[in-house]
Design a protein around this ligand. Structure first.
Ligand code: NAD
Length: 443
């Protein structure tokens, strides 16, 4: 099957590579020339486990090609995936300019029937806008070519994107057209060998499902963070509570880890956009707003704790920061809690010695060279001579810590653990002031 994917970011590249890997003939289009040049050389512009091998294999087999030519992309695929960014605009709504730009491009170049697939996360009603944008361009050209628009929201997680794409719990397609159903069934058939996980529904329900899913997950995180705040004040260890409630199958263990707030390119913007949609239709989204507020508050927790450890005087202090990406196994720094921490530390006159297994380049791209930020090549280098250590991301490499060793490295025995990785007793036994999240008397 001939498939085109617009956008070679986390979603577009994974979609293109995975579909090419099962034998489809895929062309990926991006407006970013540097990205496409890299991809053509087999260099992957993002960190995503497993993607490099798949891209290299498919490129060498000729099933995956990259271009900046929209005309080439439109001419290629019967199926045209739109997988470009939908960042928040000033009032929190999803900015659809990139999606609409691709739709217009498709309308400008198409010469035969296309199934246009909204894979980007877009608000209810977007498929109609995409439809109108394509129809408008066709009308400008005086053409009447048949096409359909459907919604196929993506549920992959950065860090396990390939696994999620190929073995996800479900694939949702929003359409009322039988023709589109057949095309999408053919597109995803390679993933249906064990059981049919294609769910068809109407377009608006599909668009809404993606937001509802992300809002639900963000709600679980904010709920747990709120519980952790209470646990801290009640001298309760939230980790016992987490295990206690997670064992109930109605609740489950997923997404109930207390921490320093959710980040990334999806939860913050999608909760905001859903709340904006609610307000636009005259409904007050009390729960969504609370989820967002709790998250904002939680993002300042790490700074508050390190500030407290130094009695509010961080001027001239050097803080080691382990983990910069918003979660492990990605280099994505969008809305990462580490950014709130570092920016607050700098504002308070402190310096940062940072280490992350994958996000150093991205951090450098964002903050550039500055005197109060040292980029360290190893976690050990970051703590050497620092005053205190803060853990922002639960990378595997940070899961164990020899507190006696750490004591020799730091000037002060202070650890702020934003992911509850360590046993507070071990830290205390080594004489550390150990601040975790919601761990009762560890405060
Ligand atoms: P991204 O920012 O990593 O990538 C977007 C890409 O689109 C960029 O490479 C950009 O250059 C390209 N682009 C912009 N305009 C273009 C155009 N006119 N033609 C071709 N390419 C163009 O974004 P992402 O993280 O892959 O997210 C894409 C969408 O998928 C968003 O709506 C997002 O909410 C959604 N989503 C993301 C994730 C995730 O984990 N990142 C998961 C599920 C859904």
């Amino acid at each position: 099957m001939k498939i085109t994917v617009f956008g070679t970011g986390y979603v577009g590249l994974v979609t293109g590579a995975c579909l090419a890997d099962v034998g489809h003939n895929v062309v990926c289009v991006d407006i970013d020339q540097a990205k496409i040049d890299k991809l053509k050389q087999g260099l992957i512009p993002i960190f995503e486990p497993g993607i490099e091998d798949v891209v290299k294999r498919c490129v060498s087999e000729g099933t995956l090609n990259f271009t900046t030519s929209a005309a080439e992309g439109v001419a290629h695929g019967t199926v045209q995936f739109i997988a470009v960014g939908t960042p928040p605009d000033e009032d929190g709504a999803a900015d659809l300019q990139y999606v609409v730009a691709v739709a217009k491009t498709i309308g400008q170049h198409m010469t035969d029937y296309k199934v246009v697939v909204d894979k980007s996360t877009v608000p209810v009603g977007t498929a109609e806008k995409v439809q109108a944008a394509i129809a408008g361009e066709l009308a400008n050209r005086g053409e009447a070519i048949d096409f359909d628009v459907c919604s196929n929201p993506e549920f992959l997680k950065e860090g396990s994107a390939l696994e999620d794409f190929t073995k996800g719990a479900r694939i949702i397609v929003g359409t009322d057209s039988e023709r589109v159903q057949e095309v999408m069934q053919e597109c995803y058939a390679p993933y249906m060998r064990n059981h049919n996980k294609l769910m068809f529904m109407d377009v608006r329900a599909a668009e809404f499902t993606k937001y509802a899913a992300n809002a639900m997950l963000a709600t679980k995180i904010s709920f747990m963070n709120e519980m952790s705040q209470m646990a801290e004040r009640l001298s309760v260890d939230i980790e016992h509570v987490r295990e206690g409630i997670g064992s109930d199958p109605r609740i489950g263990y997923h997404f109930i880890y207390p921490g320093c707030g959710y980040g990334g390119s999806c939860f913050p913007k999608d909760v905001k956009a859903l709340a904006r949609t609610a307000q636009d239709i005259g409904y007050n989204p009390e729960l969504l707003l609370a989820v967002e507020n709790v998250n904002e508050r939680q993002k300042s927790v790490l700074f508050d704790k390190v500030n407290k450890a130094f009695d509010g005087d961080l001027k001239g202090k050097t803080i080691a920061v382990w983990g910069l990406s918003f979660k492990p196994n990605t280099d994505d720094m969008r809305e990462a809690p580490s950014r709130n921490l570092m920016e607050s530390l700098w504002a308070a006159g402190a310096k940062v010695r940072a280490y992350d297994p994958e996000a150093m380049e991205e951090t450098h791209r964002i903050y550039g060279d500055r005197d109060d930020l040292a980029f360290c090549e190893h976690r050990n280098e970051a703590v050497a001579g620092a005053d205190a250590l803060v853990i922002c991301t639960e990378w595997k490499a940070f899961r164990t810590l020899d507190f006696d060793w750490l004591k020799q490295q730091l000037k002060f025995s202070v650890v702020v653990d934003g992911r509850n990785l360590y046993n507070p007793e071990d830290a205390k036994a080594a004489g550390f002031l150990y601040y975790a999240v919601g761990r009762g008397d560890s405060l």
